[in-house]
Design a protein around this ligand. Structure first.
Ligand code: GAP
Length: 457
């Protein structure tokens, strides 16, 4: 059996992301800040679209989920109850020669991977960022930047039950920034110190937890498939007993075949009653649930699908990256799902002639009411198509001289490069249908097949 290869190498992807405005190093003019990244004009759209697709699938389209946006700073006791103050730490070693620090359990040998120097004994290093509340830097005022969004949902469990009247089984979903002072970072946006999570805490009756765990692992895998990620680049990886986190009864990662190899994209955990029991103990408030049907009080179990926005962005970009022969050159395209593409449509006047620009501006102003649109009139039409291919724009609309006479424009599809010609009056509805997945050759009234582009093969 041949070994499966990642879809793209990291260098190519990082270069495309930088060049086209998806992702820049943070504070670049000052030389950057290790493992912090800024999402540029296209990256911010991609990320917003990922979050929107997730929210739509797990909150909007379901009756058993409630959204939440909890504060990043939480009462310090939260982290005592959750086990983060004591247990959210990695063993760290330092090179006595070059003073670089390494995560102890990542090292294959006893010497420094950089200079070969002698290493110190491992000591535990807590991954939470500490800061102070108010103007006095005293221990009593220490607060932490949250290292996961999950705790905000546990401590609001009773609030959500009381205010929404949701009955078990139901979930709370949240998207937000989290911070971890990781010892070793790298692989672009895969592991950074500031990132975003999309987490669900799904509360269920004990005894039904196994079924819900299986349900959510399948459901979450299907979400990635629906966004166009190829099945062969995804796998489940159940955790062994030894690697289970202190709170977990069971856990399975959804791994993606990233350029550096298989690695975790999302984790699904059965957390049992650990979190609600701990918070009830530390806060002194009951976090029991009363079942109106059976008249029982019990502490719900929690199933937690926890995904990273940045890792999803990386997986989506890797999976979409594609190169194909184009006469004497290579056409680079991002085959992004239309729901994720930063721009849905690019409007391109064939030339900068005044009459063409006027129509193209009018067309783009109209389409902007519905989607993110790119307007581009610089360089040859071929170059402009390629620019849009490279950033994953699913459709280009071209306004040419004939448009001035017949009020029709050309729609060109990114992946097949096929073209149809449609009346401007039908443009919005046609694009809508095609963005929702209708075949590019289904024509509106008055439309016609225009051109099947020669791919130069
Ligand atoms: N509440 C459970 C929890 O936080 P986790 O496995 O530590 O679980 C969940 O994190 C997800 O967050 C991961 O699957 C990954 O997508 C993302 N993630 C974790 N650490 C990250 C980092 N340093 N940089 C980017 N994403 C990260």
């Amino acid at each position: 059996m041949t070994e499966q290869k990642p879809a793209v190498d990291m260098e190519k992807l990082v270069s495309l992301c930088r060049r086209r405005g998806f992702i820049y190093p943070s504070s670049e003019i000052y030389g950057g800040l290790s493992s912090c990244w800024d999402y540029g004009p296209l990256g911010v759209e991609l990320k917003r679209n990922i979050k929107q697709a997730w929210w739509r699938a797990v909150v909007q389209e379901r009756d058993d989920m409630a959204g939440l946006d909890a504060s990043i700073l939480m009462h310090p006791q939260v982290w005592a109850a959750s086990g983060h103050l004591e247990g959210f730490a990695d063993p760290m070693v330092e090179c006595k020669n070059c003073h670089l620090r390494w995560k102890g359990d990542d090292l294959a040998s006893d010497s420094c991977p950089s200079c070969g120097g002698e290493l110190t004994e491992p000591r535990m290093f807590n991954l939470m960022f500490k800061t102070f509340m108010g103007p006095v830097e005293e221990d009593a005022d220490v607060v932490y930047l949250r290292p996961e969004t999950a705790q905000g949902m546990f401590v609001n469990f009773q609030n959500v039950v009381n205010t929404t009247r949701k009955r078990l089984p139901f979930g709370i979903a949240q998207i937000g920034k989290v911070f971890r002072n990781e010892i070793t970072v790298g692989n672009f946006i895969f592991r950074s110190r500031e990132f975003e999570q999309m987490e669900i805490e799904f509360f269920v009756k004990p005894g039904t937890d196994e079924d819900w765990f299986n349900y959510w692992t399948e459901e979450r895998l299907n979400w990635y498939l629906k966004l166009g990620i190829r099945r062969e680049n995804l796998r489940f990886r159940p955790h062994t007993e030894e690697e289970l986190a202190h709170y977990a009864r069971k856990c399975s990662d959804i791994d993606y075949l990233f350029p550096m190899g298989w690695a975790e994209l999302e984790g699904v955990a059965n957390r049992g009653d650990f979190d609600l029991v701990q918070h009830a103990k530390y806060s002194g408030k009951s976090l029991d649930y009363f079942d109106d049907e059976t008249k029982e009080h019990f502490v719900p179990y929690i199933i937690e699908p926890s995904a990273g926005v940045d890792r999803t962005a990386l997986a989506v970009l890797c999976d979409a990256y594609h190169e194909e022969p184009d006469k004497d050159e290579i056409r680079v395209l991002l085959r992004l799902h239309p729901a994720l593409a930063p721009f849905k449509v690019a409007v391109l006047p064939l030339s900068r002639r005044e009459q063409l620009v006027a129509v193209a501006k009018e067309v783009s102003a109209d389409l902007r009411q519905h989607w993110m649109i790119s307007y581009d009139d610089a360089q040859s039409i071929g170059r402009r198509y390629r620019r849009q291919d490279e950033i994953g724009t699913p459709f280009c609309v071209t306004v040419d001289f004939q448009s001035l006479e017949d009020n029709q424009v050309t729609i060109r599809e990114r992946d097949s490069m096929n073209q149809i010609r449609v009346p401007i009056s039908e443009l919005k509805n046609t694009l809508q249908a095609k963005l929702e997945g209708q075949d590019v050759f289904v024509l509106p009234p008055g439309g016609q097949i225009w051109k099947v582009e020669n791919k130069g093969e």
